[in-house]
Design a protein around this ligand. Sequence first.
Ligand code: ADP
Length: 165
Amino acid sequence: MRIAVYPGSFDPVTLGHLNIIHRASKLADKIIIGVAAHSGKSALFSVEERIDLLNTAIKNYEYPAECAVVVEGFDSLLIHFLQEHKAQMVVRGVRQYSDFEYEAQMSALNAQLSNYDIETVFLAAHAEYQSIASRFIKQVAELGGDVSPFVPQHVKSALDTKFNV
Ligand code: ADP
């Protein structure tokens, strides 16, 4: 069974993340979306809120029937989370070249830490999702811009609530 972990902050989940999950579901039998509690970034949404937003998003999305998609929070080292779930693959999305530099280094580190047991699969963002980043979405929402082209409707509502729009 090919088990993949798609880790990230997902603060909040965007249509860019959902496109990566959709495409990764063709590569694995199970995808565990790992919501990182300690990503080094200060989060707008709590881990519980981010998990709820993801769960609602994936419920409304269609995946190949043979791929199970689940969401879980984690606060451990990524390779320990993979080992705990018997996962062999990390999925990451790459938008710009600058993403790639960071991602390539992380993937090399995780390979070494796991004794070369774990592979990282990079999926290049499709053109329409390249501009979408959670941190920009939060800024746009806070300043009263329309984020509906970039996030599911329930995420827009959650952002409106956070920023008292
Ligand atoms: P992190 O805090 O680890 O960067 P994010 O929640 O920002 O986590 O993103 C998780 C993963 O999804 C990362 O691999 C990131 O590059 C990727 N990603 C984020 N937004 C997009 C997008 N619009 N298109 C493709 N991949 C994306």
